[in-house]
Design a protein around this ligand. Sequence first.
Ligand SMILES: C[S@@+](CC[C@H](N)C(=O)[O-])C[C@H]1O[C@@H](n2cnc3c(N)ncnc32)[C@H](O)[C@@H]1O
Length: 292
Amino acid sequence: MSKKTVLWMLGILMLAGVLAAQERGGAPRGPMRGGMQTWLNDLEEAYKGNDREKMGQLIEDMKQRTSRMRPGTGRPAGRPEGFAGPGRGMRPGQAGAGDEFFPNTPMAKTDTEKKILAVLDDMDKNQRRGNMNVPVLDGRLLRLLTETIGAKHVVEIGTSNGYSGIWLGLALQKTGGKLATYEIDANRASLARENFKKAGVDKVITLVEGDAHETVKKIKEPIDLLFLDADKEGYIDYLNKLLPLVRPGGLIVGHNINQRQADPKYIEAITKNPALESLLLHGQVSVTLKKR
Ligand SMILES: C[S@@+](CC[C@H](N)C(=O)[O-])C[C@H]1O[C@@H](n2cnc3c(N)ncnc32)[C@H](O)[C@@H]1O
């Protein structure tokens, strides 16, 4: 690890220490509460495992969180937590989870949805560690996009324990569609299978284990929505292999599209192609339309 990275990490750790001390000292309720200790534990774990990707994600998350603080207060500047990174996001039913201005808690319309949201809530509280899940609002965004375009075939690269997959599954139950999700790590894949079952979305999800750079070559059917959330330097390869299969009017969603993690080649590919229309949402999620 370079000297610059170590200095960066020390700076971040000091800042985290100050914020944690503020929390312990009775700082006001807000998005940072409850998330800081988890963040520190995750950083320590990533550091011990020399997981550079995870460390980068955590540092980026902290930068985003601190940029939303009101100067000198340790208080959030008024945006909902779900826009933050991998720490706990807003939970269904959690009092005060949203903004006063815009109450922002997912509500179940049916018993099926209630069951799925409860599993997601439990995963959010208890399984984030080591699983690099998308924040709650990004999960909700995936659900919203999938349901809005009436997707019938969604492909996800990077299943982990299945958190984002369940958000996609929630939408696909309504659209009558299917998710094919790809994971290289056998332990995470097995946990994902359990979670899919628990949420009752296993019937709409197929998990393919192995290196997705190889396994996606077998996909032949048109894709309505492609979600990239695995090895960041691999996004360009996934895009090159799968863009021809994305149907006109289909979407490609990229996660961790920030200055530290995103591959410039991927950004160039989605922003310099006149056949595509791309937006970056909250400095973290790219949404690309394949034009009709
Ligand atoms: C950021 S996590 C995915 C999080 C997940 N989308 C969620 O929000 O619940 C990235 C996952 O991609 C997997 N991965 C990395 N490289 C891969 C590859 N070449 N093929 C398949 N999966 C890969 C990792 O093992 C890890 O579980």
